[in-house]
Ligand binder design. Structure first.
Ligand code: ARG
Length: 498
C-alpha cells in the first residue's frame, strides 16, 4: 500500500511550524534589506510591471507549501533522471541537476539553507535555488513539466506518506483499546440506547465497538492511499507534452503503482485530497464520539472512569475541578476537520477543467486535517492507556435501571409464553418495582407469582447480571468468551493495512 519512504515525523513538523511563523517576517526583512531574489522574474517575460507587493503575498503559497520540499525535490530528481535517460537533456546535465537537488535537500534538512519566502511557492523556490547553484543547467529542469503536474505530484507523495503515519497511529490506538478491553471482559456496565440504561454489556464490549470503527477507518485511509497511488507528472500544464518523455520510468523511480491516464484529470484532480479528508473526518467523528463518552464517564453523574492527572486539567477558580479538556478538544477539533473537508468540496465543485488557482487552497485544508488528526490520535492513545476504570461504579449503575428486564421476559418465553405476553408481564413487574422501590432481583417470588404463576425460584438466576451477560454469547455479543474472540480477531485484522 502507501509507501512509508521519506517519513517526515516530528522534526519536520517543528520545522514547518517554525517556517510558517518565520517565513512572512523573513520576507519583510529581506525586502527591506533588498537582498531578496526576485522570484517573479521566473515568469516575468510577458509582463511590463512588477507584480504588486500585496498581490505577491496574496498569490504566494510558500508559507504553507514549504512543508512539501522533500517531495518536491524527490519529484524533481526523478524528472531530471528521466530527462537525461531519454536524451531530452544531456545526461551530464541531468546528473548535475540531480546532484544539485540532492545538495539542496541536504542543506534544507540540516538547516544551512532556509526557504526564501519571496518565492511564490516551493516549486519556484527549489528551481530558483538550483539555478542559483548551477546557472543555465538549472534552468533545464523545468523542461516538459509544469507546476500544475508538479504540485499534483508533490501533494500525492506527501499524502501517501502521511496516510502511512496516520494508519500506524490508529493501529497503536486500536491495540491500546484491545489491551484495555482484555482487562475488562468481566467488567459489567449498562449498555445504553437514547442514553437510557438498556441491557447489560461489559466495558470490554463497549471499547471493542470503537476498535471496529478504527479498523474501518484504517481500511478507508488505506483505500484512499491505494487510489491516490497514481503518478501525474507528464500531464504538463494540462495537455501533456510534445517531448518524448518516459512516464513509466518516473513512476518507477517514485514508487507509484500506476500513472494517471488523462492529462486534464492528472492536473485538476483533487479527489485524493477529498477522500483523505473524508476518511480523516470519519475517524475524527469516531474519536469525537469516544471523547463525548469520556466526558460523560468522568462526570460525577457517571464516575465510570478517572483520567490520569497528566491528561486532565484544573480550573482557575474551582479547586475541586478535574476537567477532561483533552476529550473536549478532540470533540471540538472534529468540527474543524469536517470544515476542512467541506472547504475542499466547496473549492472544487465549480471548477472548470483543468488547473485553477483556487486549487492552491487545497493545501491549508488538507494539511490542517492531517495535522489535527495526528495530534488527536496520539493524545487520545496514552490518555486511554492511563485512565482508571471504576469497575464498582459501572457495576452499581448496571444494578439499577432494570437492564435485565429483557432477560426476565426471555425467561417467560423459555417457559412457553409468547414474547409479547412476556413483555407485558415484565412491564407490570417493573412498574411494581418502581412503586415499591425495589429491583427485579429484590422482588419476592410471591410478588412475581401474583403477576404470573409461571415464575419459579429459578427466575433469580435467570435475571442475574452474570447470567444475562454470560448467555449473550452469540457472535458479536458481550459475553466474556465472545468479546475475547472479538479481541483476537481485531488483533489479526489490525495488520491488514501494513
Ligand atoms: N502554488 C500552486 C498551487 O499550490 C502551484 C501551481 C501553480 N500553477 C500555476 N499555473 N499558477 O496550486
Amino acid at each position: 500500500m502507501v509507501s512509508c519512504r521519506g517519513k517526515s515525523s516530528c522534526t519536520i513538523l517543528h520545522f514547518i511550524v517554525e517556517q510558517q511563523g518565520l517565513i512572512k517576517e523573513l520576507g519583510r526583512l529581506r525586502r527591506e534589506e533588498g537582498d531578496g531574489l526576485n522570484m517573479a522574474k521566473m515568469w516575468a517575460g510577458r509582463f511590463k510591471k512588477e507584480v504588486d507587493e500585496k498581490v505577491n503575498d496574496f498569490n504566494s503559497s510558500i508559507s504553507f507549501d514549504a512543508r512539501m520540499y522533500r517531495q518536491d525535490i524527490r519529484g524533481s530528481i526523478a524528472h531530471a533522471t528521466m530527462l537525461g535517460a531519454t536524451g531530452i537533456i544531456e545526461q551530464h546535465e541531468a546528473q548535475l541537476i540531480v546532484d544539485g537537488l540532492e545538495g539542496i535537500l541536504a542543506d534544507l534538512d540540516d538547516g544551512s539553507l532556509s526557504i526564501n519566502p519571496e518565492a511564490e511557492d516551493i516549486h519556484m523556490f527549489v528551481e530558483a535555488e538550483l539555478t542559483k547553484r548551477l546557472g543555465d543547467t538549472g534552468k533545464r529542469l523545468h523542461t516538459a513539466r509544469s507546476r500544475n503536474d508538479q504540485v499534483a505530484l508533490d501533494l500525492r507523495l506527501y499524502l501517501k506518506d502521511e496516510l502511512c503515519e496516520i494508519i500506524e497511529m490508529v493501529r497503536e490506538l486500536t491495540l491500546t483499546i484491545c489491551n484495555l478491553a482484555e482487562q475488562h471482559t468481566g467488567t459489567v456496565m449498562p449498555g445504553y440506547t437514547h442514553l437510557q440504561r438498556a441491557q447489560p454489556v461489559t466495558f470490554a464490549h463497549h471499547l471493542m465497538a470503537y476498535a471496529q470503527m478504527f479498523l474501518r477507518d484504517m481500511g478507508r485511509l488505506s483505500d484512499a492511499g491505494k487510489r491516490m497511488d497514481e503518478m501525474p507528472l507528464g500531464s504538463g500544464a494540462l495537455a501533456a507534452t510534445t517531448y518524448p518523455i518516459n512516464r513509466e520510468k518516473v513512476r518507477e523511480l517514485l514508487g507509484f503503482a500506476r500513472i494517471t491516464a488523462n492529462s486534464l484529470d492528472g492536473v485538476s484532480d483533487r479527489d485524493f485530497c477529498i477522500e483523505t479528508a473524508a476518511a480523516i473526518s470519519t475517524l475524527m467523528m469516531h474519536l469525537s464520539r469516544l471523547s463525548e463518552e469520556i466526558v460523560l464517564w468522568c462526570s460525577w453523574e457517571f464516575k465510570f472512569i478517572e483520567l490520569d492527572d497528566a491528561y486532565a486539567t484544573g480550573s482557575s477558580i474551582m479547586p475541586q475541578k478535574k476537567n477532561p479538556d483533552v476529550a473536549e478538544l478532540v470533540r471540538g477539533k472534529t468540527g474543524r476537520v469536517i470544515g476542512d473537508l467541506v472547504t475542499l468540496l466547496t473549492m472544487m465543485k465549480n471548477l472548470p477543467l483543468a488547473y485553477n488557482k483556487d486549487m492552491q487552497e487545497d493545501k491549508e485544508a488538507i494539511f490542517d486535517a492531517v495535522d489535527t488528526v495526528k495530534l488527536c490520535v496520539t493524545t487520545m492513545t496514552p490518555m486511554l492507556a492511563t485512565m482508571r476504570v471504576l469497575k464498582d461504579n459501572m457495576r452499581a449503575a448496571a444494578a439499577k435501571g432494570f437492564i435485565n428486564a429483557t432477560d426476565c421476559a426471555d425467561y417467560l418465553v423459555k417457559k412457553g409464553l409468547p414474547f409479547r405476553d412476556a413483555y407485558k408481564i415484565t412491564g407490570q413487574l417493573v412498574a411494581l418495582c418502581i412503586d415499591t422501590d425495589k429491583t427485579l432481583e429484590t422482588l419476592e417470588l410471591s410478588e412475581y407469582q401474583a403477576v404470573c404463576d409461571v415464575f419459579d425460584e429459578d427466575v433469580y438466576k435467570a435475571i442475574s447480571l452474570e447470567t444475562c451477560l454470560g448467555e449473550r454469547k452469540a457472535v458479536g455479543g458481550p459475553s466474556p468468551s465472545s468479546v475475547e474472540k472479538q479481541i483476537s480477531r481485531v488483533r489479526l485484522l489490525i495488520h491488514e493495512h501494513d
